[in-house]
Design a protein around this ligand. Structure first.
Ligand code: UTP
Length: 290
C-alpha cells in the first residue's frame, strides 16, 4: 500500500449544551471544566499536537467564548506575572502559533455529525481527525498518536473503539465487528445507541476518529437519526464497504468526563498521578476507609 495521505487537521466539536453537567455548564463550557488544573479542552489539544496535528478547528456555539480566550494571549495576566516575576510555566500550551486554530460556529446543536460538517471548509479535501474533548483518554503515547500509527499501516477510516458493559450500548455508537488483527478490527457496520438486545457488539466509540473527507459529502444531505440529531455514526456507516474502515483498540484508560461520575473518577486518577498533590489526596482517601 502507498502511504495514506497525512492527517494534518483535527476537529474539536465543542458546541454541545452539556445538559448532564448543569448547573455547572449554564455559563461555563463543559470543555472548560478542569481535571486538577487543566481544562478538558487542553488535554484534547495536547493529545492532537502530540500526534502531529498542525491545524485545530473548534466547532463552537453560543456561550463558548471562554475556549477561545483560553488559547489566546492573556495580555494583562502575562504582563502582571512578568512584572511580579512569577513563573509562567503553567501557561505553557495555552498559546498556539498564529493561525494554528480556526473557529467555526454551529448555530444550532443539531448533533455531532452536523457539528463536524460545519468544519468542512476549513478541513478541505483532506483526511482529518475528530476529537471529543469530554472523553478523556489517557495513554502513552496518547490515543490519537496510537491511531495515527495504525493509520500509517491501513489508511482509510479509523475509529477508536472500547468495550463497555452490554447494558450501556444504548448510550453510544456501537461497532459491528469483522476480523481482528492485533489492535485493529474490521468494521462491518456501525449503529448509534442500539438497545443491548440488538447491539452487534459491546464495542463503543469513545470519540476519536480519523476520517476521509468524503464523509463531509454524506453529512451534507444526511437526515436526523437517533435522538433526533444528525449523527456522525450514520454518515460513517455509509462509507463502510467503499473505503477501508477499522476500529482501533486503544491501549490506555478512558474517563467519560461528560458524565458526573466519570469526571470525578478522572479527577482522582489524574490527581494521584501528580507528585505535587498525590500524597495529600492519598492520605485523604485512606481516611475515608473505603
Ligand atoms: P454529547 O452527546 O456529550 O452532548 O456530545 P453534549 O451537549 O455535549 O452534552 P449533554 O449530553 O447534553 O450533557 C458529544 C460531543 O459532541 C459535541 C459536544 O460538544 C461534545 O463534545 N456536540 C454535540 C456538538 O458540538 N454539537 C452538537 O450538536 C452535539
Amino acid at each position: 500500500m502507498t502511504s495514506p495521505r497525512p492527517v494534518r487537521t483535527a476537529v474539536f466539536p465543542v458546541a454541545g449544551l452539556g445538559t448532564r453537567f448543569l448547573p455547572a455548564t449554564k455559563a461555563i463550557p463543559k470543555e472548560m471544566l478542569p481535571i486538577v488544573d487543566r481544562p478538558l479542552i487542553q488535554y484534547a489539544v495536547d493529545e492532537a499536537l502530540e500526534a502531529g496535528i498542525e491545524q485545530l478547528v473548534f466547532v463552537t456555539g453560543r456561550g463558548k467564548s471562554a475556549i477561545e480566550d483560553h488559547f489566546d494571549m492573556a495580555y494583562e495576566l502575562e504582563d502582571t506575572m512578568e512584572a511580579r516575576q512569577k513563573d509562567k510555566a503553567a501557561l505553557e500550551g495555552t498559546r498556539l502559533a498564529p493561525g494554528q486554530i480556526a473557529y467555526v460556529r454551529q448555530q444550532e446543536p443539531l448533533g455531532l455529525g452536523h457539528a463536524v460538517w460545519c468544519a468542512r471548509s476549513v478541513v478541505g479535501n483532506e483526511p482529518f481527525a475528530v476529537i471529543l474533548p469530554d472523553e478523556l483518554l489517557i495513554g502513552t503515547p496518547g490515543c490519537m498518536s496510537q491511531m495515527m500509527s495504525a493509520y500509517e499501516k491501513v489508511g482509510g477510516n479509523i475509529v477508536c473503539a472500547l468495550e463497555v458493559a452490554r447494558e450501556e450500548t444504548r448510550k453510544y455508537g456501537i461497532v459491528d465487528p469483522g476480523e481482528t488483527d492485533g489492535a485493529l478490527t474490521e468494521v462491518r457496520g456501525l449503529v448509534e445507541k442500539p438497545d443491548p438486545a440488538d447491539a452487534p457488539s459491546n464495542l463503543m466509540l469513545p470519540g476519536r476518529y480519523i476520517l476521509q473527507p468524503q464523509v463531509m459529502d454524506i453529512l451534507k444531505t444526511q437526515g436526523v437519526g437517533a435522538g433526533g440529531e444528525i449523527q456522525l455514526t450514520d454518515a460513517m456507516a455509509s462509507m463502510i464497504g467503499t473505503q477501508p474502515f477499522h476500529a482501533f483498540t486503544f491501549d490506555g484508560v478512558r474517563h467519560d468526563c461528560g458524565d458526573k461520575a466519570g469526571f470525578v473518577n478522572a479527577t482522582i486518577d489524574l490527581a494521584l498521578q501528580r507528585e505535587d498533590i498525590a500524597p495529600v489526596i492519598r492520605s485523604f482517601l485512606a481516611k475515608l476507609n473505603i
